[in-house]
Design a protein around this ligand. Sequence first.
Ligand code: SF4
Length: 304
Amino acid sequence: MSKPKIVLSRCFISPVRYNGGIVNDDFIEKLKSYINYIDYCPEVDIGLGIPRARIIIKIDGEQKKLIQPETGRDLTDIMINYVNKVLNELKDIDGFILKSKSPSCGVTSAKLYKNNAIIGKTDGFFADTIKKFFPYLPVEDEGRLRDEEIRKHFLIRIFAFSEFRALNSNPSLRGLVEFHSKYKYLLMTYSQKNLKELGKIVADRKMNLEDKLLQYKNLFYQAFIRKPSIKRHVNTLLHLIGHVSKKLTTKERTHLINLIEKYSKGLVEIRVILELLRSLSFRFENEYILIQKYLDPYPDELNV
Ligand code: SF4
């Protein structure tokens, strides 16, 4: 499995917070061994010191401004110039993990002020611009990643995008065909429409490899935008079982179907069914199921 390249807020790495602190987060600590990362601290990078007076996002007419109340400095333009410069230079990134609640890095969690009152939550300046530059990449903060479903969705995306980058750096038609086969059931879960379109791209004999990869990339990244529902997982599981069901005894088949029904009601974890499916695939030597990324979208160790 290739290593995703992730942008991290620097305060997960070193003590750069406004108060000179560092952020310790168990999941990010664990994740570091499985990714390559680049870190940024927008506030330090624009020249604010450590420690520094706090900054806030203030609404001024229609516009959001980045203000340092203690000094009265308006940091809006300097921050906008900085984030545009950094993001223009960023390449080959699979996702972002930023620090929650920060007026620079927070993802929908920075306080928004009007006059001296908090009127809601918003994206920090860095997070806001990242979302505009990279609409198909996952952008999360450590707070949101504590939710198991959001975390899984994030991991699935960063590892899928990283594998696609690996294919792109060593492109071949055979590689693309194999890639598409491995991702078939994961894509089916996320977007049946995109799965169908992607299949057409792979099979198109008139299209050259370069065009195929370009078109495939766009649809592949788009496919993963929305977290799939339980109903979609159930559909995928039933399709997967179809590959082995003829070889199962009636009792085994009924047991599997019952497990899927329990999963749909939230009584059984999907992992239980996937492991059973994996064991059956080993028993029946079904390589096609065993290569599916749906069973193995990211390293098991990250299931915390
Ligand atoms: S939240 Fe962002 S700006 Fe604030 S210390 Fe962390 S990296 Fe720097």
